[in-house]
Design a protein around this ligand. Structure first.
Ligand code: GDP
Ligand code: MG
Length: 628
């Protein structure tokens, strides 16, 4: 025996706990208390997850770190994520353990009880078969012989399903592992046996996939005692980060082999054996001297990593909590405080709900909603549609100006009756006018349809939003929203149609017409007509047509939007408001405001989350304050 081994086993085991700075425990406590609040449901906390292929030695490493025998056996032994919270207490304080899953808590009296209790918990979460579950089991251990550390043990990666395992077990396990290791908040501890080719391990491939530069990955080689003679140098190169480099590098440990377990070798004795092994092996001894070998050094390293990692994660964590808080509060506001219980209060509640809704509708009608709520923008959309309509008209008159003359020429050639050339008559004028006006009817109807859709969607959205918690009320509101849309659309369509029928009369006030004609005649001759022989009659007719179109398009530019707006905004909304008011005071009041059964549940969930997050924010703020 080397002189070092004269240290007692007890002393060696305790060396696990040396050299921790004062800030270690508070830092880990912070995350543990956040986890205890349950905020893990809302956001991710800094953690170390242990992953590895089956039988790579994960459980053995965790055992060595925790001093507690975890369930072991062949096949998939870890079937749920197991949060292993190790807390170092003063010497003399007795060992204590506590297992928690779902809503159950079980106190454990001695380390030997752990294995059985964990196995039971797994059976109840993942079934008695060989399936896995995403539900977490938390194991708290307080002892003077453990490092301050929280680790998450995950199922080993199985290659093939056996016995009663689901066929897609490999995929299931990989999905579970990936869920944890892809988080930026997780450091992955990849356990790899030293006696196999490291490049072939599934666990390292997975870690590499989510963390290509190995910034959050620490490799741990196990079973150095099983390395073949002659292969030691490859193992040393791996640990020295020369084979598959990771930013965080590698460590190597030796745990209890099957024989040690069979012969009941204590974990404390195993630590001594480990040290002897590295000291006595000339290949591996330099690794020990380098601080890259043995479980106690690994424990120290992990604690350091975790503390640093927590420190780095804090700002992000704070930000996440703020964001989540805001989002939760907003969702909660939408659900409201719930319906009052007293009968007369109920009717008042309905009145209040409907008044609020009608107020929002009035805002939409007066285009004030746009100012209050940046999402709505109803009138902005309507205005855009009106502009499109106007530009449609403008385009028509501007192209008309030049084409009219050709058209009149063409018309006189083909449609002329017994009259002599040059006698362009009023009927020609009328025919050309009608032909062009008719072409505007289609875009006018389109305008109506588009606006109808905009307003209809808007009203539906407002109702869904405002009556989210009350399915009956929402249903009741949807009825008039649909009916009135149909009703007002038909009326508006009738009027638009009538307008175009009227346009066939070809009419304008004399004074207005003469004045417009004057300004058209004053326009300079279009360039392309400059070198052509001028037919005065044709030119005159073109000018008349031009005048009339300017007038018509000015009339339609206002008239169509006015019709559409009147029916699809004002009438639609004010009739909807009336229909809503009619719901007040009826026999159905109680039914209308009956909450969705889901809403009470969701409200509770949101309230709980809000509480959790507020507490978490407080815990975090206190920590940051005391740390600075
Ligand atoms: P897991 O499936 O990854 O949890 O692997 P286990 O921790 O259950 O280990 C699988 C087998 O390897 C067990 O029989 C362990 O005793 C054995 N084992 C683990 N670490 C070592 C080691 O360092 N040396 C030797 N010889 N055997 C080991
Ligand atoms: Mg295991």
């Amino acid at each position: 025996m080397s002189p070092r081994n004269s240290k007692t086993v007890e002393e060696l085991a305790n060396s696990l706990n040396l050299h921790y700075e004062d800030k270690v425990r508070p830092c880990i406590d912070l995350v543990d208390s956040l986890r205890l609040l349950g905020v893990e449901k809302d956001l991710h906390l800094p953690a170390i997850a242990v992953i590895g292929d089956q039988s790579s030695g994960k459980s053995s490493v965790l055992e060595a770190l925790s001093g507690v025998a975890l369930p072991r056996g062949t096949g998939i032994v870890t079937r749920c994520p197991l949060v292993l919270k190790l807390k170092r207490v003063e010497r003399g304080v007795s060992w204590s353990g506590r297992l928690a899953y779902q809503n159950k808590v079980q106190n454990l009296l001695k380390p030997d009880d752990v294995g059985h209790a964990v196995a039971n918990a797994q059976n109840s979460l993942a079934g008695n078969g060989k399936g896995i579950s995403h539900e977490m089991i938390t194991l708290d251990i307080e002892s003077s012989k453990v490092p301050d550390l929280t680790l998450i043990d995950l199922p080993g990666i199985a290659r093939v399903a056996t016995g009663d395992q689901p066929l897609d077990i490999e995929k299931q396990i990989k999905d579970l592992i990936e869920k944890f290791i892809k988080r930026q908040e997780t450091i992955s501890l990849v356990v790899v046996p030293a006696n196999i080719d490291i490049a072939t391990t599934e666990a390292l491939k997975m870690a590499n996939k989510v963390d290509p530069f190995g910034e959050r990955t620490l490799g741990i080689l196990t079973k150095p005692d099983l390395v073949d003679k002659g292969a030691e140098e490859t193992v040393v190169s791996t640990v020295c980060n020369q084979v598959i480099p990771l930013k965080k590098g590698y460590m190597i440990v030796k745990c209890r082999g099957q024989q040690d377990i069979n012969s009941n070798l204590s974990l404390a004795k195993a630590i001594q054996n480990e040290r002897d092994f590295f000291e006595d092996n000339s290949h591996f001894k330099p690794l020990l001297e380098d601080g890259k070998a043995t479980v106690p050094l690994l424990a120290e390293r992990l604690t350091k990593e975790l503390v640093e990692h927590i420190g780095r994660s804090l700002p992000q964590l704070q930000k996440q909590i703020e964001q989540k808080l805001e989002k939760t509060a907003k969702e909660l506001r939408k659900l409201g405080d719930g319906v009052p219980l007293e009968e007369h209060e109920k009717n008042n509640f309905l009145i209040k709900k409907i008044h609020e809704f009608n107020q929002i509708l009035s805002d939409v009608m007066r285009a004030e909603e746009d100012l209050k709520n940046s999402d709505a923008k109803v009138f902005t959309k309507i205005r855009t549609e009106f502009k499109t309509w106007k530009s449609h008209l403008d385009k028509k008159s501007s192209t008309l100006e030049e084409n009219l003359r050709d058209e009149v020429e063409e018309y006189t050639k083909t449609q002329r009756g017994k009259e002599l050339p040059g006698f362009v008559n009023y009927r020609t004028f009328e025919n050309i006018v009608k032909k062009h006006v008719v072409e505007l009817e289609e875009p006018a109807t389109q305008l109506l349809t588009d606006i109808t859709d905009i307003v209809h969607t808007c009203l539906k959205d407002i109702a869904s939003d405002h009556f989210e918690a009350f399915p009956n009320l929402l249903k009741a509101a949807k009825e008039p929203i649909e009916d009135l849309r149909e009703q007002e659309y038909e009326k508006a369509k009738e009027k638009v149609k009538a307008q175009f029928k009227m346009e066939k009369i070809v009419y304008c006030q004399d004074g207005i017409y003469s004045w417009k004609l004057q300004s058209v005649k004053q326009k300079p001759e279009p360039i392309r007509f400059l070198n052509r022989p001028i037919n005065a009659d044709i030119r005159e007719m073109a000018q008349h047509l031009n005048t009339y179109f300017t007038i018509t398009s000015e009339r339609l530019a206002n008239q169509v939007p006015l019709i559409v707006q009147y029916h699809m905004l004002h009438q639609y909304i004010s009739k909807l408001q009336t229909a809503m008011m009619a719901m007040i005071g009826g026999k159905n009041a109680e039914k209308l405001i009956r909450e969705d059964s889901d809403v009470a549940r969701r409200r509770k969930l949101l309230k709980d989350r809000l509480e959790r997050l507020k507490k978490a924010r407080l815990v975090l703020a206190k920590f940051v304050q005391s740390a600075s």
